[in-house]
Design a protein around this ligand. Structure first.
Ligand SMILES: Nc1ncnc2c1ncn2[C@@H]1O[C@H](COP(=O)(O)OP(=O)(O)OP(=O)(O)O)[C@@H](O)[C@H]1O
Ligand SMILES: [Mg+2]
Length: 264
């Protein structure tokens, strides 16, 4: 159930991209949903359906054509108002150390140097990277880089944490490990979170609720509550209830994938 006043509300959101000679591309078309305070929402949907665009709209990095995103009832009009983003690809500054990357957002917030160094160190430790503060991104594995990205997003103490396939480019073992670390961090330091993924399992394992999107322009095809108690652990992934939810979501995604194949 959604509480009376949601933490975040997406209302009638529409976004078109205008491209040189082509028709405008309607990527998000009248999309509406709500996210409750401290809820962990996962979004899953076919490639190109508009998930990253939606997160960028929520983050205020790009403006909508119509509709709006409300955070605590106030319309979002630009970036950096209480949202922290972890991107699909590793997007660390290569010329800054791990610590320097985490400090970045705090610098923008105007936090004094000693304070922001200390805060950044604690977030580096929180994501399990103690000892790597002075390493540069090229000296870190993909999983470590994504953990720095997560520490950077958490350090600004966002009201809503936006994650765009943060583990998508990682091998399965690293991904499983980071899912557990993320859950652990999230359970200690609860935040409203929106997590985009292509993995049905990952969505069920992490989230309180899952939105399944259609192909572009994204519509909500299915809203799936995930009833499992927390803390969650690996064993859950093979329980009959987990597999049943996975099957229901796959049915919906498969329908779109088959329709696509039929057109091709
Ligand atoms: N700045 C842009 N200009 C023009 N078209 C864009 C722009 N950004 C995204 N698009 C188009 O919008 C559509 C949705 O892109 P988006 O990145 O939101 O999809 P996605 O659901 O995140 O896909 P994936 O799962 O592959 O990451 C795509 O067709 C893409 O080409
Ligand atoms: Mg994307």
């Amino acid at each position: 159930m959604i509480a009376a006043s949601p933490k975040l509300e997406v209302r009638d959101l529409t976004k078109c991209f205008r491209r040189a000679k082509d028709e405008p591309l309607r990527v998000v078309d009248g999309l509406s949903f709500e996210v409750a305070d401290l809820e962990f929402l996962a979004i899953i949907g076919p490639s190109g359906c508009g998930k990253s665009t939606l997160l960028r709209l929520i983050d205020g990095l790009i403006p909508p054509d119509s509709g709006a995103v409300y955070l605590n009832g106030k319309a979002v009009t630009g970036s950096g108002q209480g949202r922290g983003m972890v991107f699909q690809s590793f997007d660390l500054f290569p010329w800054r150390t791990a610590l320097g990357n985490v400090e970045f957002g705090l610098e923008l917030q105007g936090m004094p140097p000693a304070e922001r160094r200390e805060a950044s160190r604690s977030y580096i430790a929180l994501v399990g990277l103690q000892g790597f503060e002075d390493a540069y991104p090229h000296e870190l594995s993909g999983g470590m880089q994504q953990r720095v990205g997560l520490a950077r997003a958490l350090a600004i103490r966002p009201e809503v944490l936006l994650m765009d396939e943060p583990f998508g480019a990682l091998d399965i073992q690293t991904r499983d490990l980071l899912q557990d670390q993320l859950l652990h961090i999230w359970e200690r330091d609860k935040k409203t979170a929106i997590f985009v993924t292509h993995s049905i399992e990952e969505a069920i394992y992490l989230a309180d609720r899952i939105l399944v999107f259609s192909k572009s322009p994204a519509r909500i095809e299915l809203t799936m509550p995930v009833p499992f108690p927390r803390p969650r652990s690996e064993g859950l992934k093979t329980s009959p209830e987990f597999l049943e939810i996975r099957r229901s979501i796959w049915q919906v995604l498969k329908k779109d994938a088959l329709a696509e194949e039929h057109l091709a």
